[in-house]
Design a protein around this ligand. Structure first.
Ligand code: ACM
Length: 546
């Protein structure tokens, strides 16, 4: 018999545990599953996951039966909170404040069973799996616990996206920010504008390494999601209580769209018909023209998007919009005058405010990178604070909701160690411990202001991640530390028990191994994970604004 992992090996750490005792319950082929109305997502997930991993059929059971896993809702709990009780004879009960709470309880149950529960087929058919008697009470610190994945710089095929949704769920993360468009690609089918994907979803070659690198990958790179693919991704996420927040980046980071539809660009400044999807990294100067036609075009894009994504928030990017072309463009300058704007920065704000109003009128809320603050925002709009904490502090003080994702702390494309073998040649050194000590709520906020920090997310930009193995390496194990920051009620950064987290990670690596995650080993990259010769931006030292 295997008694699975000990309670203190859970990641993210739960709020409270009573027990465990030395006795426990066994899961076997007679273990039944009883699911109260409203808990169907977890019922389906348990049957498919534990059925696959351990060969447990989990036949339908009775509310009062013995040897039964019971799922129910409990109004007395906060929406995402759960209570998991493992009791003699009677079996296992998961109560949740909502269907999501029950689901997070089931994630804890899976960890308690052990690493074998993370496989897709049984490897020890003779072993009976047991769980010690105990009661776990748990609830998340933040309502927005996210991961952003950039599928524009390098495409992640649909299967890989579904796999990442499973990895998010296993870490009790509940927002998938889907960065679908950029200078280097457009990845979502828009039926009224077929060239966005026919032209915009691939490029002839790709810079290999940092933008100053002399290396190129001399082969086409591409891919996109059909609308049915997107529906499947959104539904798969919803079954796991994950919200998919799509991002269409405007008015900068838009060269792929302009390559597809040259009339979207500043045609009085450059011949946009000569543009192709960008094949290198950085911030392209080719940005959208501030014209009514461009607004109408993107309203069409967002109309299709709203049909696909039920998320309350729609991300419109808004970051790093180069102003060079607007400075030179007659059309842009006339627009600035007409609108009685101060300068090109205000023109950018006008652009964003248009979609802020447009989304609000359709019952959605705009979210954008912190540059969108610069020209004032509608009341319901929210900000992803990426250039440090400052944008988030300003936004929270102005009454806007904030998702904290400062690049100095939780950009997972940054290297994990200063060593020569570290394969990612960009940015700051952000170790597992650095991420574990990341605090999403800056101390300068008052309690009322801090309530506007609705959560936090880690961002995975993929310029230097050509495939899933690279994404896994950069994302894990740091996403496990990030998940604990987002979920658990940890003390102040300096007081966090990193040694205990590392100890729990020794168990968690077994779960990641069973899931087939190509994480960075604690001893450093394996020979095939190193990338000698790939030129990168130098290490930038200790990040400011910590
Ligand atoms: C960003 O990293 N440009 C949001």
């Amino acid at each position: 018999m295997s008694m699975g992992d000990r309670e203190m090996d859970l990641i993210p750490a739960p709020s409270a545990i009573e027990g465990p005792t030395r006795c426990g319950v066994l899961l076997d082929s007679r273990t039944a599953l009883w699911a109260a109305p409203g808990t169907g997502t977890t019922e389906r997930w348990l049957r498919s996951t534990l059925g696959g991993a351990l060969g447990l059929p989990l036949p339908p059971g009775e509310e009062e039966g013995t040897n039964t896993v019971r799922l129910r809702l409990d109004d007395a709990l906060e929406p995402e909170a759960y209570q998991l009780s493992v009791v003699t004879n009677w079996g296992i009960e998961i109560r949740g404040g909502s269907a999501a709470g029950v689901f997070w309880g089931a994630q804890t149950l899976r960890q308690l069973i052990g690493a074998d529960a993370f496989r897709r087929a049984p490897i020890r058919p003779d072993v009976q799996y047991g769980i010690a008697h105990q009661t776990i009470r748990d609830a998340p610190r933040f309502g927005w616990r996210g991961l952003m994945l950039d599928v524009a710089r390098h495409f992640m095929p649909k299967d890989g996206v579904l796999r990442y949704l499973d990895l998010l769920a296993a870490h009790k993360l509940n927002v998938f920010h889907f960065h679908l468009t950029d200078d280097q690609a457009w990845r979502v089918q828009i039926k009224r504008y077929p060239k966005l994907t026919e032209v915009g979803s691939w490029r002839a070659r790709t810079k290999f390494g940092h933008r100053a690198s002399p290396l190129w990958e001399e082969k086409p790179h591409g891919g996109f999601y059909t609308q049915d693919d997107i529906r499947e991704i959104v539904a798969y996420a919803a079954e796991r209580h994950i919200t998919v927040v799509p991002e269409i980046d405007i008015p900068g980071h838009s060269q792929a769209a302009i390559a597809a539809y040259p009339e979207l660009g500043n045609i009085d400044v450059i011949d946009t018909t000569s543009l192709s999807v960008w094949d290198t990294w950085g911030v392209s100067k080719n940005v959208l023209a501030p014209t009514d036609n461009v607004l109408r075009f993107y309203e069409g894009v967002f109309e299709e998007l709203l049909d696909l994504f039920p998320s309350e928030f729609i991300h419109v990017g808004g970051d790093e919009c180069a102003k060079d072309q607007w400075k030179e463009s007659q059309t842009a300058q006339v627009r600035i005058k007409e609108l009685e704007l101060e300068d090109e920065d205000e023109l950018q704000s006008w652009f964003i405010r248009h979609f802020d109003n447009w989304l609000s009128a359709r019952g959605r809320r705009l979210i954008g990178w912190d540059e969108i603050l610069e020209g004032g925002l509608a009341e319901g709009a929210a900000v992803s604070s990426w250039r440090g904490y400052a944008g988030g502090v300003t936004a929270a003080r102005a009454g806007h909701d904030v998702v904290m994702c400062p690049e100095q702390q939780v950009y997972l494309d940054h290297r994990q160690d200063a060593g020569e073998d570290e394969p990612v040649p960009i940015g700051y050194v952000r170790t597992l411990e650095n991420v574990y000590r990341f605090e999403p709520v800056p101390p300068q906020l008052t309690e009322t202001e801090a309530r506007h920090v609705i959560g936090t997310q880690a961002n995975v930009w993929t310029e230097v991640m050509e495939d899933q193995a690279r994404v896994d390496y950069q994302t894990f194990p740091r996403l496990a530390a990030f998940a604990e920051v987002a979920w658990s009620a940890l003390p102040a950064p300096a007081e966090r028990d990193f040694a205990d987290f590392e100890r729990r990670m020794t168990v968690h690596y077994g779960r990641l191994d069973a899931l087939g995650v190509g994480y960075r080993p604690p001893t450093g990259p394996l020979p095939w994970q190193r990338r000698p010769g790939v030129l990168g931006r130098p290490i930038e030292g200790e990040p400011p604004n910590v």
